[in-house]
Every structure is written in C-alpha cells, then in structure tokens.
Design a binder for this molecule. Structure first.
Ligand code: NAP
Length: 282
C-alpha cells in the first residue's frame, strides 16, 4: 500500500521504519528539507517531500503531528487527496480530534498507538516501537467497516494489538492509565519540594528505585503534560476528583489506625495491578 506520513518525528519516523519493512511504499512529509533527507537516509520513507502534493496517490495518510496541528494539517492536505483516501492520526487524545477532523474528511478515523519514548524528533525514531503495544482506533457510526479493517491490519503488521472503541471511552481510559499518573507523579515531586531544605536534601540522597518509578512520568516533557490537561480536560478532572476522594479515604484509614482495612486495600491493589500490565503501555 502507498502510505503517507505527515510529521516525521518519533511516532511518524517509527511508523515509517516498520511499515517500509512490511513492504509498504512510504511518502514522508515534513516541514523541513533536512528532515526529508534524514528520512530517506534512515530508511523511514521511499519518497520525502515538504509539499503535500506528494500525497496525491496515497491510499492512507497517517497524521503524526502534535495534536494542535492535526486538523489544520488535514485542511491543508485534502485538496491533494483522492476521495477514497483514508486519513488517520496518532494523537494521544481522541474525542476533540475526531470531532474536529471527521467533518473535514468523511474517511477520517482516529487512531492512537499506545507506544512512545521520552524523546522526540526524527532522530528518536525506532524500529519495533509498536511491538506488543495496543493500537486504538475510534471510528464513528458513519465510518466504513472496510476502512476500520484496513487500519486494524496495519496495526497487526506493526505487531501491535488493535482495539476499536468510542473516542470518549478511549479518552476516559487513557485519563486513568496515562494522564492521571502524570499529574499524580508531578504532584509527588512538587510536594516533596515543599519540605524544609535539610530534610529535602537528605530525601534526595536517600531516594532510590521506588521514587524513581513513581516520579518518572511526573518529571517528563511539560508540553505533553499540558497537552493532556488541555485536550482531555474533562476526563482528567474526573479522574483527579476521584483520586482526591480516594486519597482522603486512605488518610481516614491511617488517622483511624484501621490497619487491617489498610492492609486489605493494599492486598486488593497488589492482586489488581497485573491486570493493567498485560500489554506494554507508553
Ligand atoms: P515529535 O517527535 O515532536 O514529532 C512530531 C512531528 O510533527 C515533528 O517532528 C514535526 O515534524 C511535526 N510538527 C511539529 N509541529 C508541527 C506543526 N505545528 N505543524 C505541523 N507539523 C508539526 O512528537 P511525537 O512524540 O512523534 O508525537 C506526535 C503525535 O503522536 C502527537 O499527536 C502525540 O499525541 C502522539 N503520540 C505520542 C506518543 C509519545 O509517547 N511521544 C505516543 C503516542 C502518540 P516535521 O519537522 O517533520 O514537520
């Protein structure tokens, strides 16, 4: 299949590497000549251009830009596409993207590969990034089933696990497992910084694997954190309010010295955790 990738960063570049290795012909579109050259040199694309005209014969376009640029990019590319071309995106939030993009192109189906790293740009592109990861598609009732099947087949070729769900359900689920953890982890770092200097310094010296694990996502890219909060605001607030209530419950248990109840809760959590880890999540 001839596939267009718009935005040759971490996700776009990684898709190019794996889709090319599966025999697809890749047209890479970047805003910069230098990125086009890198894409050809690294085997990310067969053809690379700064012009959307290069997309005129592709069967599928995958928009791999930041979320804010997805709809504006679709507006720019549609004059060059065949009417039966499928457009999908890789944005980490789906409801606002689908709402904005579906009216721009009836063959638009939202997508989100649940894989990534903390790096960005074409030099961060990796082969096999999507192996074992979930790849979510969020068609609407108007989407053609053969288009959904084509996208699921692409996900399988990436060795990812395709899932189809409603955009709202996706955003609610990723709020729990991706966006809430970022805010909780950020809050953990922030509250530690409020300790008086000598104790804080000792805490920083003593911090080991537990703190490394729990603070990792809160110490990541600030732009990504703001993007989650901005585009998934409603679901993130819902998760945060629930989390705050739950934390109050834990405080109550400790204040009331209800050690058995606390132990019971921790036991249930220990049993539940593996169920969140059966696919590799980003
Ligand atoms: P990235 O490495 O920064 O790549 C994004 C690329 O988009 C840039 O390299 C750039 O490519 C292009 N771009 C940037 N600003 C643009 C603009 N204003 N207009 C048009 N193009 C622009 O970021 P990424 O991590 O690949 O993320 C891309 C998308 O994947 C985002 O929507 C994100 O939500 C989603 N996602 C990310 C992860 C993750 O862990 N990073 C995981 C799943 C999904 P050119 O310079 O080639 O134009």
């Amino acid at each position: 299949m001839k596939i267009g990738l718009v935005g040759l960063g971490l996700i776009g570049g990684s898709l190019g590497l794996d889709l090319r290795s599966q025999g697809h012909s890749i047209v890479g579109i970047s805003r910069q000549e230098s990125t086009c050259k890198t894409a050809l040199r690294k085997g990310i694309a067969d053809q690379a251009s700064t012009s959307f005209e290069a997309l005129s014969e592709v069967e599928l376009v995958i928009i791999c830009t930041p979320i804010a640029a997805i709809a504006p990019t679709i507006k720019q590319i549609v004059p060059y596409l065949n009417s039966d071309t499928i457009i999908t995106d890789v944005g980490s939030v789906k409801q606002p993207v689908v709402k904005e993009c579906k009216p721009l192109w009836s063959n638009f189906i939202g997508g989100h590969p649940m894989a990534g790293t903390a790096e960005s740009g074409i030099d961060a592109a990796l082969p096999n990034l999507f192996t074992g990861a979930a790849y979510v598609f969020t068609p609407t009732p108007e989407s053609k089933s053969e288009h959904v099947e084509k996208l699921k087949a692409i996900a399988l070729q990436l060795n990812a696990i395709p899932y189809v769900c409603d955009a709202k359900v996706h955003d609610r689920a990723v709020s729990w497992i991706s966006h809430l953890p970022v805010m909780v982890s950020a809050s953990l770092i922030q509250v530690c910084l409020q300790e008086e200097p000598d104790t804080l310094q000792l805490a920083q010296i003593l911090a080991s694997s537990g703190f490394r694990d729990t603070s990792r996502v809160g110490g990541g890219n600030p732009e990504l954190g703001v993007m989650m909060a901005k585009y998934n605001r409603e679901e993130l607030l819902r998760s945060l309010y629930n989390y705050r209530d739950n934390l109050d419950g834990i405080i109550d248990l400790i204040e009331g010295e209800q050690w058995q109840d606390l132990e019971e809760m921790l036991k249930i959590n220990g049993e539940a955790r593996p169920k969140f880890l059966f696919v590799r999540n980003s």
